[in-house]
Design a protein around this ligand. Structure first.
Ligand code: ATP
Ligand code: MG
Length: 381
C-alpha cells in the first residue's frame, strides 16, 4: 500500500484520505500470466488530479504509474460549440470507434492491456501480446498506446460494424504514462506508420467554421453505422471533444432498453436529448424528422417488448458474445477476472480444436428480476 502513496507523491493526510474513502482497489488477479507484476492497484474514482482508472504497479523492476484515460467532454451542437472551444486552431476529425478503451503498456518483459477502470484484463492482455510487437516500447518505454479494442470477440462491447471477427486494436492517443501528456496528431501518425500500428481514421483536418465539411463526415459515418467523431486539436494542446451520430444514439438506446433493469435513467435520457439537439441543428425536413421519430420510438419500445416477451416465455435475458482464447490458462484466469468485476456470467466451450471458442453470456439479473416481478403482478415501485 505504501508504495502507492509514494508513487503518487501523496502527503500523509492525502494517503489517509485515499484509504478512508476506499478508492484504491485491486487491479489484477495475481497469476503467472502476469509474471512481471508483484502487486497492482487502481483508483476507482478520481483523486486529486489523478484520473479514475489510474493504475499503480509494483513490478519486478520498479514501481510504475499509468494514468487513467481522461474524460472527453461531449458537444450536442457543432455550432458554436466547436468555435468556442477550438477558436481558429486546426482540428482533426478522428473517428470515434465503438469498442472498449485499452491502454497497452509494457511492464518488465511483457505487454499488458489495461481497461478503462484500470483493471489488467487477461483476455485483452492475451490479444495485446498476439497483436503487438514490443519494438515501440523499446524506443518509448515510458509511453502507453491508448487504443479502442473492437471486433466481434469482445467481452465488453462486441460490434460487427468493422468487419473484425476477433479483436483488434486501433490507436487513438500516445501518452506519457506518468504525466498523461499526449503527442501531436502528426507525430502519432508517423509512429503508427513506422511501427506498423493500426490507427483510428482521421476523416478530415479543418477549422471549426467548416460546418458543411464536418456535417458531411458525420452523415457519412452515420450511414456506415459508425459511432461518431472525436474532434482534436492537431497539436493536442487543448482537450478533445466528442460528438455522436444518430445511429450511435439509437443503437445505445436499443441496448439500454433491452437491459433496462441494468441501465440508469440518465444513460437513456442523455441519448434522447442528443437526438433532439441534432434534429434541431440539422434543420431537417418533415420526412427526415418523421424518420427520426420512428427510429427513436422503435429503439425504445422494440427491445423492451422483446425482453418482456422472452422473460414471459421463461427465458433469461443476457448479452451474448463469442470469445476466442489461445490458451486454457487464460480462459480460467478470465473467469476469476470476471468474478473480481462482479459480473454474473455463464461460459460454454464451443470447440477447442485450434483456438478455444467460448460462448460468453452476461446475465442481466436486474432486468430479469424486474420483468418477472411485474409479470407476476408486482408494482413498479
Ligand atoms: P468519457 O469518460 O471519456 O467521456 P465514456 O466512458 O462515456 O467517455 P465514450 O462516450 O465512449 O465513453 O467516449 C470516450 C471514449 O471513446 C474513449 O474512452 C475511447 O475509449 C473511445 N474512443 C474511440 N475512438 C476514439 C478516438 N479517436 N479518440 C479518443 N477516444 C476514442
Ligand atoms: Mg465508447
Amino acid at each position: 500500500m505504501n508504495f502507492v502513496a509514494k508513487a503518487l507523491n501523496l502527503s500523509t493526510s492525502a494517503a489517509d484520505r485515499l484509504e478512508e474513502r476506499n478508492i484504491l482497489r485491486k487491479a489484477i488477479v495475481k497469476h503467472p500470466f502476469f509474471p512481471d507484476i508483484v502487486e497492482a492497484f487502481r483508483l476507482e474514482k478520481k483523486f486529486g488530479f489523478y484520473e479514475d482508472g489510474t493504475v499503480v504497479v509494483k513490478a519486478v523492476d520498479g514501481v510504475r504509474v499509468f494514468r487513467g484515460f481522461p474524460k472527453i467532454r461531449r458537444i450536442l451542437v457543432l455550432n458554436p460549440a466547436l468555435k468556442k472551444h477550438f477558436r481558429d486552431r486546426e482540428i482533426a476529425l478522428e473517428e470515434k470507434m465503438n469498442g472498449y478503451n485499452v491502454r497497452v503498456v509494457k511492464i518488465g518483459e511483457n505487454l499488458y492491456g489495461i481497461t478503462r477502470r484500470g483493471l489488467i484484463c487477461p483476455y485483452t492482455t492475451e490479444k495485446v501480446r498476439e497483436r503487438f510487437e514490443d519494438d515501440f516500447f523499446k524506443d518509448y518505454p515510458d509511453y502507453m498506446l491508448c487504443c479502442e479494442a473492437v471486433g466481434l470477440a469482445s467481452p465488453y462491447v462486441p460490434s460487427d460494424v468493422y468487419g473484425i471477427k476477433e479483436l483488434d486494436f486501433f490507436i487513438f492517443d500516445i501518452r506519457d504514462s506518468r504525466t498523461n501528456d499526449s503527442i501531436s496528431i502528426r507525430e502519432k501518425e508517423e509512429i503508427a506508420e513506422s511501427y506498423g500500428l493500426n490507427m483510428v481514421k482521421v476523416h478530415l483536418v479543418t477549422h471549426s467554421d467548416d460546418f458543411d465539411g464536418i456535417k458531411r463526415v458525420i452523415d457519412e459515418l452515420n450511414s456506415n453505422r459508425r459511432e461518431g467523431i472525436v474532434f482534436k486539436d492537431v497539436e493536442m494542446k487543448l482537450n478533445p471533444l466528442k460528438y455522436t451520430t444518430s445511429y450511435a444514439n439509437t443503437s445505445d438506446l436499443r441496448y439500454a432498453f433491452r437491459f433496462f433493469g441494468e441501465y440508469a435513467r440518465d444513460f437513456m435520457l442523455a441519448r434522447i436529448i442528443r437526438e433532439a439537439f441534432q434534429s434541431f441543428e440539422f434543420g431537417e425536413g418533415e420526412e427526415e424528422f418523421n424518420d427520426r421519430c420512428l427510429r427513436l420510438g422503435r429503439a425504445i419500445l422494440e427491445p423492451m417488448v422483446s425482453s418482456i416477451k422472452e422473460c414471459s416465455e421463461g427465458k433469461t435475458i443476457y448479452e451474448e458474445s463469442i470469445l476466442v482464447f489461445s490458451s486454457r490458462e487464460v480462459l480460467d484466469l478470465f473467469k476469476s477476472h470476471l468474478r473480481l468485476l462482479g459480473v454474473d456470467f455463464k461460459l460454454e466451450i464451443l470447440d477447442e480444436a485450434k483456438k478455444i471458442r467460448v460462448k460468453f453470456k452476461r446475465i442481466m439479473r436486474g432486468t430479469n428480476d424486474r420483468i418477472e416481478g411485474i409479470l407476476k403482478g408486482s408494482t413498479w415501485k
